[in-house]
Design a binder for this molecule. Structure first.
Ligand code: GTP
Ligand code: MG
Length: 567
Protein backbone atom coordinates (compact mmCIF):
# COMPACT_ATOMS: atom_id res chain seq x y z
CA UNK A 1 0.00 0.00 0.00
CA UNK A 2 1.31 3.44 -0.84
CA UNK A 3 2.02 5.97 1.90
CA UNK A 4 -1.00 8.02 1.00
CA UNK A 5 -3.20 4.94 0.92
CA UNK A 6 -2.18 4.23 4.48
CA UNK A 7 -3.01 7.77 5.43
CA UNK A 8 -6.59 7.43 4.24
CA UNK A 9 -6.91 4.31 6.30
CA UNK A 10 -5.51 6.04 9.34
CA UNK A 11 -7.89 8.92 8.83
CA UNK A 12 -10.65 6.42 9.42
CA UNK A 13 -9.10 5.26 12.66
CA UNK A 14 -7.72 1.86 11.60
CA UNK A 15 -4.42 1.87 13.53
CA UNK A 16 -4.79 4.13 16.56
CA UNK A 17 -1.36 3.47 18.11
CA UNK A 18 0.43 5.01 15.14
CA UNK A 19 -1.77 8.07 15.04
CA UNK A 20 -0.80 11.46 16.23
CA UNK A 21 -3.22 14.29 16.80
CA UNK A 22 -2.37 17.72 15.54
CA UNK A 23 -3.23 19.85 18.51
CA UNK A 24 0.36 20.66 19.43
CA UNK A 25 1.60 21.95 16.13
CA UNK A 26 -1.43 24.05 15.32
CA UNK A 27 -1.63 25.60 18.75
CA UNK A 28 2.08 26.48 18.52
CA UNK A 29 1.63 28.19 15.19
CA UNK A 30 -1.60 29.97 15.95
CA UNK A 31 -0.45 31.17 19.35
CA UNK A 32 2.51 32.74 17.58
CA UNK A 33 0.24 34.18 14.91
CA UNK A 34 -2.34 35.67 17.24
CA UNK A 35 -0.01 36.39 20.16
CA UNK A 36 -1.16 39.19 22.45
CA UNK A 37 -4.55 39.31 20.81
CA UNK A 38 -7.02 40.45 23.49
CA UNK A 39 -10.09 39.24 21.64
CA UNK A 40 -8.86 35.81 20.59
CA UNK A 41 -11.59 34.02 18.72
CA UNK A 42 -12.67 31.77 21.60
CA UNK A 43 -10.52 28.74 21.00
CA UNK A 44 -11.10 28.87 17.25
CA UNK A 45 -7.95 28.54 15.25
CA UNK A 46 -9.37 28.34 11.76
CA UNK A 47 -7.62 30.27 9.02
CA UNK A 48 -10.65 32.55 8.59
CA UNK A 49 -10.86 33.28 12.33
CA UNK A 50 -7.21 34.32 12.43
CA UNK A 51 -7.63 36.57 9.38
CA UNK A 52 -10.76 38.20 10.81
CA UNK A 53 -9.07 38.88 14.10
CA UNK A 54 -6.05 40.43 12.44
CA UNK A 55 -8.27 42.58 10.23
CA UNK A 56 -10.28 43.83 13.17
CA UNK A 57 -7.10 44.71 15.08
CA UNK A 58 -5.80 46.63 12.06
CA UNK A 59 -8.97 48.72 11.94
CA UNK A 60 -8.22 49.89 15.49
CA UNK A 61 -4.63 50.80 14.60
CA UNK A 62 -2.72 53.82 13.32
CA UNK A 63 0.70 54.18 11.73
CA UNK A 64 2.71 57.18 12.92
CA UNK A 65 5.92 58.61 11.52
CA UNK A 66 7.95 59.73 14.56
CA UNK A 67 11.04 61.83 15.19
CA UNK A 68 14.19 59.67 15.37
CA UNK A 69 14.69 60.50 19.05
CA UNK A 70 11.19 59.71 20.16
CA UNK A 71 10.38 59.85 23.86
CA UNK A 72 8.33 56.65 24.19
CA UNK A 73 6.76 57.47 27.54
CA UNK A 74 5.65 60.91 26.47
CA UNK A 75 4.38 59.45 23.19
CA UNK A 76 2.27 56.87 25.00
CA UNK A 77 0.99 59.42 27.52
CA UNK A 78 -0.19 61.62 24.67
CA UNK A 79 -1.90 58.83 22.73
CA UNK A 80 -3.51 57.30 25.80
CA UNK A 81 -5.54 60.51 26.07
CA UNK A 82 -7.61 59.05 23.23
CA UNK A 83 -8.14 55.63 24.78
CA UNK A 84 -6.48 52.44 25.99
CA UNK A 85 -3.62 51.12 23.88
CA UNK A 86 -3.57 47.32 23.45
CA UNK A 87 -0.26 47.06 21.67
CA UNK A 88 2.39 49.25 20.12
CA UNK A 89 5.80 48.84 18.53
CA UNK A 90 8.45 50.91 16.77
CA UNK A 91 10.44 50.10 13.65
CA UNK A 92 12.83 51.84 11.27
CA UNK A 93 12.19 52.05 7.53
CA UNK A 94 13.69 55.22 6.04
CA UNK A 95 12.64 56.90 9.27
CA UNK A 96 11.13 55.91 12.58
CA UNK A 97 7.56 54.62 12.68
CA UNK A 98 5.19 53.41 15.36
CA UNK A 99 2.20 51.10 15.02
CA UNK A 100 -0.35 51.76 17.75
CA UNK A 101 -3.33 49.49 18.29
CA UNK A 102 -6.12 50.95 20.42
CA UNK A 103 -8.71 48.88 22.25
CA UNK A 104 -11.55 50.60 20.51
CA UNK A 105 -12.24 52.30 17.20
CA UNK A 106 -13.62 55.38 18.98
CA UNK A 107 -10.03 56.17 19.96
CA UNK A 108 -9.16 56.52 16.27
CA UNK A 109 -11.99 58.99 15.75
CA UNK A 110 -10.85 60.98 18.79
CA UNK A 111 -7.21 60.95 17.63
CA UNK A 112 -8.21 62.11 14.15
CA UNK A 113 -10.20 64.99 15.62
CA UNK A 114 -7.09 66.34 17.28
CA UNK A 115 -4.92 65.90 14.14
CA UNK A 116 -4.38 68.68 11.58
CA UNK A 117 -3.88 68.79 7.83
CA UNK A 118 -0.34 70.22 7.56
CA UNK A 119 0.24 73.73 6.29
CA UNK A 120 2.67 73.18 3.39
CA UNK A 121 4.68 75.96 1.79
CA UNK A 122 5.12 76.35 -1.99
CA UNK A 123 2.93 73.26 -2.53
CA UNK A 124 -0.63 72.21 -1.77
CA UNK A 125 -1.91 69.29 0.29
CA UNK A 126 -4.58 66.76 -0.67
CA UNK A 127 -6.80 66.95 2.44
CA UNK A 128 -7.21 63.18 2.82
CA UNK A 129 -7.49 62.19 6.48
CA UNK A 130 -5.94 58.73 6.63
CA UNK A 131 -4.59 56.74 9.59
CA UNK A 132 -1.02 57.42 8.50
CA UNK A 133 0.04 60.31 10.72
CA UNK A 134 3.19 62.30 11.51
CA UNK A 135 4.23 63.21 15.02
CA UNK A 136 6.09 66.46 15.61
CA UNK A 137 8.08 66.75 18.83
CA UNK A 138 9.38 70.00 20.22
CA UNK A 139 12.43 69.77 22.50
CA UNK A 140 14.30 66.52 22.97
CA UNK A 141 15.89 65.96 26.39
CA UNK A 142 17.48 62.69 27.38
CA UNK A 143 15.37 59.56 27.49
CA UNK A 144 15.87 55.89 26.63
CA UNK A 145 15.58 54.88 22.96
CA UNK A 146 12.63 52.60 22.30
CA UNK A 147 13.14 49.04 21.21
CA UNK A 148 12.93 48.82 17.39
CA UNK A 149 11.39 45.71 15.79
CA UNK A 150 13.38 44.36 12.87
CA UNK A 151 11.36 44.20 9.63
CA UNK A 152 14.10 42.97 7.27
CA UNK A 153 15.62 39.52 6.92
CA UNK A 154 19.25 38.99 8.00
CA UNK A 155 21.88 39.31 5.26
CA UNK A 156 23.06 36.07 3.67
CA UNK A 157 26.42 36.37 5.45
CA UNK A 158 24.73 36.80 8.83
CA UNK A 159 22.48 33.88 8.05
CA UNK A 160 25.40 31.63 7.11
CA UNK A 161 27.14 32.65 10.35
CA UNK A 162 24.02 31.95 12.42
CA UNK A 163 23.58 28.54 10.81
CA UNK A 164 27.23 27.56 11.16
CA UNK A 165 27.01 28.18 14.90
CA UNK A 166 24.27 25.55 15.35
CA UNK A 167 25.05 22.04 16.51
CA UNK A 168 23.11 19.99 13.97
CA UNK A 169 21.55 20.38 10.55
CA UNK A 170 18.11 19.99 12.09
CA UNK A 171 18.89 22.92 14.39
CA UNK A 172 20.13 24.89 11.39
CA UNK A 173 16.84 24.48 9.55
CA UNK A 174 14.87 25.38 12.66
CA UNK A 175 16.91 28.52 13.34
CA UNK A 176 16.74 29.53 9.67
CA UNK A 177 12.95 29.43 9.87
CA UNK A 178 12.95 31.53 13.04
CA UNK A 179 15.32 34.08 11.51
CA UNK A 180 13.35 34.49 8.28
CA UNK A 181 9.69 34.05 9.22
CA UNK A 182 7.35 37.02 9.48
CA UNK A 183 7.18 38.32 13.03
CA UNK A 184 3.88 38.97 14.75
CA UNK A 185 4.56 42.72 14.38
CA UNK A 186 5.34 42.41 10.68
CA UNK A 187 2.06 40.59 10.09
CA UNK A 188 0.21 43.33 12.04
CA UNK A 189 1.85 45.96 9.86
CA UNK A 190 0.79 44.09 6.71
CA UNK A 191 -2.83 43.96 7.84
CA UNK A 192 -2.63 47.64 8.75
CA UNK A 193 -1.45 48.55 5.22
CA UNK A 194 -4.45 46.60 3.83
CA UNK A 195 -6.73 48.48 6.20
CA UNK A 196 -5.27 51.87 5.17
CA UNK A 197 -5.90 51.02 1.52
CA UNK A 198 -9.41 49.89 2.34
CA UNK A 199 -10.09 53.40 3.60
CA UNK A 200 -9.29 54.68 0.09
CA UNK A 201 -11.33 52.04 -1.76
CA UNK A 202 -14.08 52.43 0.87
CA UNK A 203 -14.80 55.94 -0.42
CA UNK A 204 -16.43 54.26 -3.46
CA UNK A 205 -17.34 50.87 -2.04
CA UNK A 206 -18.07 51.26 1.68
CA UNK A 207 -18.66 47.53 2.24
CA UNK A 208 -15.43 46.42 0.56
CA UNK A 209 -12.60 44.62 2.34
CA UNK A 210 -8.97 44.48 1.27
CA UNK A 211 -7.59 41.10 2.25
CA UNK A 212 -3.96 39.98 2.23
CA UNK A 213 -3.20 36.62 0.62
CA UNK A 214 -0.07 34.75 -0.52
CA UNK A 215 2.95 34.56 1.73
CA UNK A 216 1.65 37.21 4.16
CA UNK A 217 -0.93 34.71 5.43
CA UNK A 218 0.06 31.25 4.15
CA UNK A 219 2.66 30.80 6.96
CA UNK A 220 5.58 30.62 4.50
CA UNK A 221 6.22 34.38 4.32
CA UNK A 222 9.77 35.60 4.73
CA UNK A 223 10.60 39.05 6.11
CA UNK A 224 10.76 41.41 3.13
CA UNK A 225 8.31 39.44 0.95
CA UNK A 226 5.73 41.33 -1.09
CA UNK A 227 2.24 42.16 0.16
CA UNK A 228 -0.39 40.53 -2.08
CA UNK A 229 -3.86 41.94 -1.56
CA UNK A 230 -7.23 41.59 -3.15
CA UNK A 231 -10.22 43.86 -3.16
CA UNK A 232 -13.16 41.83 -1.93
CA UNK A 233 -16.52 43.19 -3.10
CA UNK A 234 -18.57 40.10 -2.20
CA UNK A 235 -20.51 41.84 0.57
CA UNK A 236 -21.72 44.41 -1.94
CA UNK A 237 -23.02 41.75 -4.33
CA UNK A 238 -24.77 39.87 -1.49
CA UNK A 239 -28.52 40.23 -2.07
CA UNK A 240 -30.86 41.65 0.53
CA UNK A 241 -33.98 39.92 1.78
CA UNK A 242 -37.19 40.36 -0.16
CA UNK A 243 -39.92 42.42 1.55
CA UNK A 244 -42.79 40.08 0.63
CA UNK A 245 -44.80 42.98 -0.80
CA UNK A 246 -44.09 41.91 -4.37
CA UNK A 247 -41.98 45.04 -4.85
CA UNK A 248 -38.23 45.13 -4.82
CA UNK A 249 -35.63 47.74 -5.55
CA UNK A 250 -32.41 47.42 -7.50
CA UNK A 251 -29.52 49.80 -7.88
CA UNK A 252 -29.03 51.25 -11.31
CA UNK A 253 -25.52 50.28 -12.28
CA UNK A 254 -23.05 50.79 -15.10
CA UNK A 255 -22.39 47.55 -16.96
CA UNK A 256 -19.19 46.20 -18.46
CA UNK A 257 -18.75 43.62 -21.23
CA UNK A 258 -17.37 41.01 -18.79
CA UNK A 259 -16.29 40.56 -15.20
CA UNK A 260 -12.72 41.17 -16.34
CA UNK A 261 -13.68 44.53 -17.86
CA UNK A 262 -15.50 45.58 -14.66
CA UNK A 263 -12.49 44.48 -12.58
CA UNK A 264 -10.17 46.49 -14.82
CA UNK A 265 -12.24 49.66 -14.49
CA UNK A 266 -12.54 49.32 -10.69
CA UNK A 267 -8.80 48.69 -10.31
CA UNK A 268 -8.04 51.56 -12.65
CA UNK A 269 -9.99 54.03 -10.49
CA UNK A 270 -8.71 52.66 -7.17
CA UNK A 271 -5.17 52.70 -8.62
CA UNK A 272 -5.64 56.34 -9.55
CA UNK A 273 -6.84 57.16 -6.01
CA UNK A 274 -3.94 55.25 -4.43
CA UNK A 275 -1.58 57.23 -6.65
CA UNK A 276 -3.13 60.64 -6.09
CA UNK A 277 -4.50 60.39 -2.53
CA UNK A 278 -2.69 57.54 -0.81
CA UNK A 279 0.00 58.94 1.49
CA UNK A 280 3.19 56.88 1.31
CA UNK A 281 2.08 54.99 -1.85
CA UNK A 282 4.68 55.56 -4.57
CA UNK A 283 5.55 54.18 -8.01
CA UNK A 284 1.95 53.20 -8.77
CA UNK A 285 1.66 51.08 -11.92
CA UNK A 286 -1.64 49.85 -13.30
CA UNK A 287 -1.02 46.47 -14.93
CA UNK A 288 -4.56 45.92 -16.16
CA UNK A 289 -3.88 43.73 -19.21
CA UNK A 290 -2.25 40.94 -17.14
CA UNK A 291 -4.08 37.59 -16.85
CA UNK A 292 -4.91 38.74 -13.35
CA UNK A 293 -5.17 42.59 -13.57
CA UNK A 294 -3.36 44.37 -10.75
CA UNK A 295 -2.14 47.67 -9.37
CA UNK A 296 1.48 47.54 -8.22
CA UNK A 297 3.12 50.11 -5.96
CA UNK A 298 5.49 50.52 -3.05
CA UNK A 299 4.18 51.45 0.37
CA UNK A 300 7.05 53.55 1.60
CA UNK A 301 6.32 53.76 5.35
CA UNK A 302 6.20 49.97 5.67
CA UNK A 303 8.72 49.22 2.93
CA UNK A 304 6.37 46.63 1.37
CA UNK A 305 6.21 46.08 -2.38
CA UNK A 306 2.43 45.78 -2.92
CA UNK A 307 0.22 44.07 -5.51
CA UNK A 308 -3.49 44.86 -5.38
CA UNK A 309 -5.81 42.57 -7.36
CA UNK A 310 -9.56 42.04 -7.31
CA UNK A 311 -11.78 38.95 -7.32
CA UNK A 312 -8.89 36.68 -6.44
CA UNK A 313 -10.76 34.15 -4.30
CA UNK A 314 -9.01 31.07 -5.66
CA UNK A 315 -5.61 32.51 -4.70
CA UNK A 316 -7.01 33.18 -1.23
CA UNK A 317 -8.13 29.56 -0.99
CA UNK A 318 -4.64 28.44 -2.10
CA UNK A 319 -3.21 30.52 0.74
CA UNK A 320 -5.56 28.78 3.17
CA UNK A 321 -4.48 25.40 1.81
CA UNK A 322 -0.79 26.22 2.23
CA UNK A 323 -1.47 27.54 5.73
CA UNK A 324 -3.25 24.31 6.62
CA UNK A 325 -0.34 22.20 5.35
CA UNK A 326 2.06 24.46 7.27
CA UNK A 327 0.25 23.78 10.55
CA UNK A 328 0.17 20.01 10.20
CA UNK A 329 3.80 19.34 11.10
CA UNK A 330 6.58 21.80 12.04
CA UNK A 331 8.92 20.12 9.54
CA UNK A 332 6.74 21.38 6.68
CA UNK A 333 7.53 25.05 7.28
CA UNK A 334 11.16 24.30 8.17
CA UNK A 335 11.73 22.43 4.94
CA UNK A 336 9.84 24.99 2.83
CA UNK A 337 11.74 27.93 4.36
CA UNK A 338 15.05 26.17 3.80
CA UNK A 339 14.33 25.15 0.21
CA UNK A 340 12.99 28.63 -0.61
CA UNK A 341 16.08 30.23 0.90
CA UNK A 342 18.40 27.83 -0.95
CA UNK A 343 16.57 28.51 -4.23
CA UNK A 344 16.71 32.29 -3.76
CA UNK A 345 20.42 32.31 -2.94
CA UNK A 346 21.16 30.33 -6.11
CA UNK A 347 18.78 32.52 -8.20
CA UNK A 348 16.51 29.59 -8.95
CA UNK A 349 13.73 31.97 -7.83
CA UNK A 350 13.68 35.73 -8.31
CA UNK A 351 11.58 38.69 -7.27
CA UNK A 352 11.35 39.66 -10.96
CA UNK A 353 8.72 37.81 -13.02
CA UNK A 354 10.24 35.54 -15.68
CA UNK A 355 10.85 31.95 -16.71
CA UNK A 356 11.99 30.95 -13.21
CA UNK A 357 10.33 28.67 -10.72
CA UNK A 358 8.20 30.76 -8.32
CA UNK A 359 8.08 30.40 -4.56
CA UNK A 360 4.50 29.17 -4.89
CA UNK A 361 5.53 26.37 -7.28
CA UNK A 362 8.51 25.49 -5.12
CA UNK A 363 6.30 25.25 -2.04
CA UNK A 364 3.91 22.91 -3.86
CA UNK A 365 6.93 20.79 -4.87
CA UNK A 366 7.95 20.46 -1.21
CA UNK A 367 4.39 19.52 -0.22
CA UNK A 368 4.30 16.90 -2.97
CA UNK A 369 7.61 15.47 -1.80
CA UNK A 370 6.28 15.21 1.77
CA UNK A 371 3.21 13.36 0.48
CA UNK A 372 5.58 10.79 -1.08
CA UNK A 373 7.30 9.83 2.18
CA UNK A 374 6.64 6.47 3.67
CA UNK A 375 4.74 6.86 5.91
CA UNK A 376 3.36 10.05 4.31
CA UNK A 377 4.01 13.28 6.22
CA UNK A 378 1.19 15.17 4.51
CA UNK A 379 -2.27 14.12 3.36
CA UNK A 380 -3.36 14.63 -0.23
CA UNK A 381 -5.74 17.41 -1.20
CA UNK A 382 -8.40 14.80 -1.97
CA UNK A 383 -8.05 13.51 1.59
CA UNK A 384 -8.47 17.06 2.95
CA UNK A 385 -11.63 17.31 0.85
CA UNK A 386 -13.00 14.01 2.17
CA UNK A 387 -12.65 15.25 5.73
CA UNK A 388 -14.54 18.52 5.02
CA UNK A 389 -17.85 19.18 6.75
CA UNK A 390 -20.94 20.76 5.13
CA UNK A 391 -19.86 24.27 6.16
CA UNK A 392 -16.50 23.79 4.42
CA UNK A 393 -18.14 23.39 1.00
CA UNK A 394 -16.59 25.96 -1.31
CA UNK A 395 -17.01 26.38 -5.06
CA UNK A 396 -15.27 29.32 -6.72
CA UNK A 397 -15.92 30.08 -10.38
CA UNK A 398 -16.94 26.48 -10.94
CA UNK A 399 -13.87 25.03 -9.18
CA UNK A 400 -14.45 22.81 -6.18
CA UNK A 401 -12.15 24.33 -3.55
CA UNK A 402 -13.52 22.39 -0.58
CA UNK A 403 -11.01 21.49 2.14
CA UNK A 404 -11.46 20.67 5.80
CA UNK A 405 -11.11 23.74 8.03
CA UNK A 406 -11.02 21.89 11.36
CA UNK A 407 -7.45 20.55 11.59
CA UNK A 408 -8.31 18.38 14.57
CA UNK A 409 -10.14 16.08 12.12
CA UNK A 410 -6.85 15.27 10.38
CA UNK A 411 -4.92 12.32 11.72
CA UNK A 412 -1.25 12.09 10.95
CA UNK A 413 0.99 9.08 10.54
CA UNK A 414 3.97 8.53 12.70
CA UNK A 415 6.81 9.60 10.42
CA UNK A 416 9.95 10.44 12.39
CA UNK A 417 12.30 11.45 9.55
CA UNK A 418 14.83 14.07 10.62
CA UNK A 419 15.05 17.35 8.73
CA UNK A 420 18.47 16.31 7.48
CA UNK A 421 17.01 13.16 5.96
CA UNK A 422 14.14 15.08 4.40
CA UNK A 423 16.46 17.71 2.97
CA UNK A 424 18.83 15.10 1.51
CA UNK A 425 16.01 13.14 0.01
CA UNK A 426 14.24 16.23 -1.31
CA UNK A 427 17.32 17.00 -3.40
CA UNK A 428 17.65 13.40 -4.51
CA UNK A 429 13.95 13.18 -5.35
CA UNK A 430 13.94 16.24 -7.60
CA UNK A 431 17.45 15.62 -8.88
CA UNK A 432 15.99 12.51 -10.50
CA UNK A 433 12.32 13.31 -11.05
CA UNK A 434 11.05 12.27 -14.50
CA UNK A 435 10.03 15.84 -15.42
CA UNK A 436 9.87 14.91 -19.11
CA UNK A 437 6.91 12.61 -18.70
CA UNK A 438 5.37 13.27 -15.28
CA UNK A 439 3.45 16.07 -13.61
CA UNK A 440 3.26 16.93 -9.92
CA UNK A 441 -0.19 16.63 -8.45
CA UNK A 442 -0.81 17.33 -4.75
CA UNK A 443 -4.53 16.63 -5.14
CA UNK A 444 -3.87 12.96 -5.85
CA UNK A 445 -0.48 12.92 -4.11
CA UNK A 446 1.14 11.10 -6.98
CA UNK A 447 2.92 11.68 -10.28
CA UNK A 448 0.70 11.68 -13.36
CA UNK A 449 1.37 11.68 -17.09
CA UNK A 450 1.86 15.28 -18.21
CA UNK A 451 -1.15 16.56 -20.17
CA UNK A 452 1.03 18.93 -22.20
CA UNK A 453 4.66 19.58 -22.96
CA UNK A 454 5.67 22.42 -20.58
CA UNK A 455 9.09 21.50 -19.12
CA UNK A 456 7.65 21.65 -15.59
CA UNK A 457 4.03 20.72 -14.98
CA UNK A 458 2.58 21.30 -11.51
CA UNK A 459 -1.17 20.97 -11.43
CA UNK A 460 -2.91 24.00 -9.99
CA UNK A 461 -4.45 22.67 -6.74
CA UNK A 462 -7.89 24.19 -7.34
CA UNK A 463 -8.05 25.06 -11.02
CA UNK A 464 -7.08 21.58 -12.05
CA UNK A 465 -6.78 22.18 -15.79
CA UNK A 466 -4.02 24.75 -15.20
CA UNK A 467 -0.28 24.40 -14.72
CA UNK A 468 1.09 26.78 -12.05
CA UNK A 469 4.60 26.52 -13.52
CA UNK A 470 3.76 27.10 -17.17
CA UNK A 471 6.20 30.02 -17.18
CA UNK A 472 9.22 27.82 -16.39
CA UNK A 473 11.49 27.11 -19.37
CA UNK A 474 13.79 24.11 -19.90
CA UNK A 475 16.92 26.06 -18.93
CA UNK A 476 15.53 27.09 -15.58
CA UNK A 477 14.29 23.59 -14.84
CA UNK A 478 17.72 22.21 -15.76
CA UNK A 479 19.45 24.66 -13.40
CA UNK A 480 17.13 23.50 -10.61
CA UNK A 481 17.83 19.82 -11.28
CA UNK A 482 21.61 20.33 -11.46
CA UNK A 483 21.56 22.26 -8.19
CA UNK A 484 19.45 19.57 -6.52
CA UNK A 485 22.02 16.97 -7.59
CA UNK A 486 24.91 19.09 -6.42
CA UNK A 487 23.26 19.70 -3.04
CA UNK A 488 22.40 16.01 -2.67
CA UNK A 489 26.03 15.20 -3.36
CA UNK A 490 27.32 17.83 -0.93
CA UNK A 491 25.12 16.44 1.82
CA UNK A 492 26.71 13.05 1.33
CA UNK A 493 30.15 14.49 2.15
CA UNK A 494 31.29 13.98 5.74
CA UNK A 495 33.15 17.29 5.77
CA UNK A 496 29.98 19.19 4.90
CA UNK A 497 27.80 17.23 7.29
CA UNK A 498 29.88 17.88 10.36
CA UNK A 499 30.80 21.06 12.10
CA UNK A 500 34.48 21.77 11.47
CA UNK A 501 36.99 21.59 14.29
CA UNK A 502 38.84 24.51 12.66
CA UNK A 503 36.57 27.10 14.24
CA UNK A 504 38.02 30.20 15.89
CA UNK A 505 36.60 32.32 18.72
CA UNK A 506 34.56 34.43 16.30
CA UNK A 507 34.00 32.30 13.23
CA UNK A 508 32.90 28.80 12.37
CA UNK A 509 33.50 27.58 8.79
CA UNK A 510 30.25 27.19 6.87
CA UNK A 511 29.01 23.64 7.22
CA UNK A 512 25.79 21.66 6.82
CA UNK A 513 22.98 23.69 5.30
CA UNK A 514 25.15 26.84 5.44
CA UNK A 515 27.58 25.17 3.01
CA UNK A 516 24.70 24.69 0.57
CA UNK A 517 24.18 28.46 0.53
CA UNK A 518 27.70 29.15 -0.73
CA UNK A 519 28.05 29.85 -4.47
CA UNK A 520 27.29 26.79 -6.52
CA UNK A 521 29.95 24.87 -8.39
CA UNK A 522 27.70 24.46 -11.40
CA UNK A 523 26.91 28.21 -11.56
CA UNK A 524 30.51 28.82 -12.57
CA UNK A 525 30.77 31.27 -9.65
CA UNK A 526 33.22 28.71 -8.78
CA UNK A 527 35.09 26.47 -6.66
CA UNK A 528 37.41 29.34 -5.72
CA UNK A 529 34.69 31.48 -4.25
CA UNK A 530 33.58 28.77 -1.87
CA UNK A 531 34.80 30.36 1.24
CA UNK A 532 36.84 27.82 3.12
CA UNK A 533 39.79 25.85 1.87
CA UNK A 534 38.40 22.91 3.77
CA UNK A 535 35.67 22.51 1.16
CA UNK A 536 37.91 22.61 -1.88
CA UNK A 537 38.81 18.93 -2.22
CA UNK A 538 35.14 17.98 -2.06
CA UNK A 539 34.20 20.76 -4.43
CA UNK A 540 36.63 19.67 -7.11
CA UNK A 541 35.31 16.16 -6.81
CA UNK A 542 31.81 17.52 -7.19
CA UNK A 543 32.87 19.56 -10.17
CA UNK A 544 34.24 16.47 -11.87
CA UNK A 545 31.12 14.59 -10.98
CA UNK A 546 28.89 17.34 -12.27
CA UNK A 547 30.83 17.54 -15.49
CA UNK A 548 29.90 13.95 -16.07
CA UNK A 549 26.28 14.52 -15.06
CA UNK A 550 23.77 15.57 -17.65
CA UNK A 551 20.08 15.88 -17.02
CA UNK A 552 19.41 13.52 -19.90
CA UNK A 553 19.53 10.76 -17.33
CA UNK A 554 21.97 7.89 -17.16
CA UNK A 555 23.02 6.08 -14.06
CA UNK A 556 24.43 9.00 -12.11
CA UNK A 557 25.82 8.79 -8.63
CA UNK A 558 22.95 10.85 -7.28
CA UNK A 559 20.46 8.66 -9.05
CA UNK A 560 21.94 5.52 -7.58
CA UNK A 561 21.80 7.11 -4.17
CA UNK A 562 18.14 7.90 -4.53
CA UNK A 563 16.92 4.77 -6.25
CA UNK A 564 15.42 3.43 -3.07
CA UNK A 565 13.70 6.61 -2.11
CA UNK A 566 11.46 7.02 -5.12
CA UNK A 567 8.30 5.02 -5.11
P1 GTP B 1 6.45 35.29 -2.30
O1 GTP B 1 7.39 34.96 -3.40
O2 GTP B 1 7.06 35.23 -0.96
O3 GTP B 1 5.70 36.57 -2.57
O4 GTP B 1 5.40 34.08 -2.30
P2 GTP B 1 3.83 34.10 -2.60
O5 GTP B 1 3.29 32.77 -2.20
O6 GTP B 1 3.19 35.30 -1.99
O7 GTP B 1 3.79 34.19 -4.18
P3 GTP B 1 3.28 35.34 -5.15
O8 GTP B 1 3.41 36.68 -4.52
O9 GTP B 1 3.96 35.11 -6.45
O10 GTP B 1 1.76 34.97 -5.37
C1 GTP B 1 0.80 35.19 -4.36
C2 GTP B 1 -0.18 34.07 -4.33
O11 GTP B 1 -0.86 34.00 -5.59
C3 GTP B 1 0.41 32.68 -4.12
O12 GTP B 1 0.63 32.36 -2.78
C4 GTP B 1 -0.66 31.81 -4.74
O13 GTP B 1 -1.73 31.64 -3.83
C5 GTP B 1 -1.14 32.66 -5.89
N1 GTP B 1 -0.41 32.29 -7.10
C6 GTP B 1 0.82 32.67 -7.48
N2 GTP B 1 1.16 32.15 -8.65
C7 GTP B 1 0.11 31.43 -9.05
C8 GTP B 1 -0.17 30.65 -10.19
O14 GTP B 1 0.62 30.48 -11.12
N3 GTP B 1 -1.39 30.08 -10.23
C9 GTP B 1 -2.29 30.24 -9.24
N4 GTP B 1 -3.46 29.65 -9.33
N5 GTP B 1 -2.06 30.94 -8.15
C10 GTP B 1 -0.88 31.54 -8.05
MG1 MG C 1 3.76 37.25 -2.52
Amino acid sequence: MSGSGKLIKLCHGAVPQTQRRLATSISALTSRTVKQAPTAAKGSTSFQAIQEERREQAERSVLISCPAKINENKFLDELTKHGTIDKHFFYNSFGTYAVVEFSSRESIASLKESTNIPAVQHEAAVPFKSRLLSLKQTGSGSHPTPNFQEQSPPSINDLIKLLSEQDSIDEQLQSLTKALELSDENISLRFLVCSLLRDIAGAYFPECIIRPFGSTVNSFGKLGCDLDMFLDLDDIYASNQKTGSGLSLEYQVKRGASERVVTQSILSVIGECVDKFGPGCVGVQKILQARCPLVRFAHQPSGFPCDLTANNRVAMKSSELLFLYGTLDPRVRQLVFSVRCWARVHTITSSIPGAWITNFSLTVMVLFFLQQRSPAILPTLDQLKQLAGPSDKCVIEGNDCTIVSDVSKITMQNNTDTLLKLLQEFFEFYGNFPFKKSSINIRKGKEEIKPETSPLYIQNPFEITLNISKNVNATQLERFVVLCRESAWLLQQGEVLNRSSEQTADSVPAWGFAALLLPSVSSGAGVKSRRKKKLEPASSRIKNLLDSLKIKGGDTAAKKGSANHRR
